[in-house]
Write a protein that binds this ligand. Structure first.
Ligand SMILES: Nc1nc2c(ncn2[C@@H]2O[C@H](COP(=O)(O)OP(=O)(O)OP(=O)(O)O)[C@@H](O)[C@H]2O)c(=O)[nH]1
Ligand SMILES: [Mg+2]
Length: 300
């Protein structure tokens, strides 16, 4: 398929072209990635909904439920960013299998991608994949990430609305993640309210938000088995009209530049001689010398 055909395929919403373009974006072919993005940039306008939270709180289940409901309001695409498996080097595609059946009925496009460059955080291609999904005519793009440190911050730079999902019984975990995660949420969802302790969890989150001057941030308890309170969650998403244009733009600029620097330094580091003398030096000193050396090369 030529690039021109691929672009017109994306713009007409052809799922095969979209999938193919995403694979190209995920490959190391930076030139083709750039070409695609340059052609489709500004060719769509979707609301990006970020769903984040600790493992197992029900993010995928929620997306599987809310996506078909949202599809009454426009075209939906889903991107699940899975952590790269440390064992196989591939991504854990469990999410995809779980959701696929329901979603295919509603013609909802779903894709999983994994982290490659960094540990944790969103895939460096998430932004590009989202652009392809936008250009294909999506009105809503739902993004799932596991909330852990860096990805919490990253999701703010890519979503227009960030939904933090928690569940009763997380106990100490809630305490641990509170400091970071409370900052980023535009809305807090307490899932699994069929379980014991949901009232306390909601109260606890409200109190923490109040302390952090986020008294107006909604906290909605939902049950993903019988879909109790999903109407409230849906209403909030539909009415949300803040767009994160500047943050998204700056986030991407930084990523392009970091990727470029990372690639240059990685080559240099991989190709260095590691004799006994080097290995005796502490890595801080060696890194300092590499940076100095690279700066001189760049300056020339
Ligand atoms: N009791 C109860 N169980 C739920 C509810 N929502 C989801 N679950 C269950 O919780 C488990 C985890 O759900 P997932 O949707 O996979 O959670 P996740 O946050 O996507 O998990 P990761 O992607 O692994 O981080 C599954 O067994 C779900 O069936 C709920 O409202 N009530
Ligand atoms: Mg999941």
């Amino acid at each position: 398929m030529s690039i021109n055909n691929l672009i017109s395929g994306i713009l007409s919403g052809d799922n095969r072209s979209i999938a193919r373009a995403i694979s190209i974006v995920e490959s190391a072919d930076i030139k083709t990635r750039e070409k695609i993005i340059k052609e489709i940039y500004n060719r769509g306008n979707a609301k990006i909904i970020g769903i984040t939270g600790p493992p197992g709180v029900g993010k995928s289940t929620i997306i599987g439920n809310i996506a078909p409901m949202l599809s009454d309001y426009g075209k939906i695409s889903i991107l699940a960013v899975d952590p790269a498996s440390p064992f196989s080097g591939g991504s854990i595609l469990g999410n995809r299998i779980r959701m696929q059946e329901t979603l295919s009925k509603k013609n909802i496009f779903m894709r999983s991608t994994s982290n490659r460059l960094y540990n944790g955080g969103l895939s460096e291609y998430s932004w590009d994949i989202i652009k392809i999904m936008e250009a294909s005519g999506s009105d809503f793009i739902i993004l799932e990430t596991v909330g852990s440190g860096q990805s919490d911050i990253d999701i703010m730079n890519i979503a227009d609305i960030t939904c933090v999902v928690l569940a009763p019984g997380l106990g100490d975990e809630i305490q641990a993640i509170k400091s970071g995660i409370m900052e980023i949420g535009d809305i807090f969802i307490v899932n699994k309210i069929d379980r014991e302790g949901s009232y306390i969890a909601i109260k606890d989150i409200r109190e923490t938000l109040n302390l952090g001057n986020k008294i107006k941030t909604p906290v909605i308890g939902i049950n993903s088995i019988n879909k109790e309170n999903y109407d409230k969650f849906l209403d909030y998403i539909i009415k949300w009209d803040k767009k994160n244009y500047k943050k998204k733009y700056i986030g991407k600029l930084k990523q392009i530049i970091i990727e470029d620097i990372y690639n240059k330094y990685s080559c240099y580091i991989d190709n260095m001689e590691y004799d006994e003398n080097t290995l005796k030096k502490d890595p801080y000193t060696v890194a300092e010398a590499i940076i100095k050396n690279m700066n001189e090369i760049i300056d020339k």
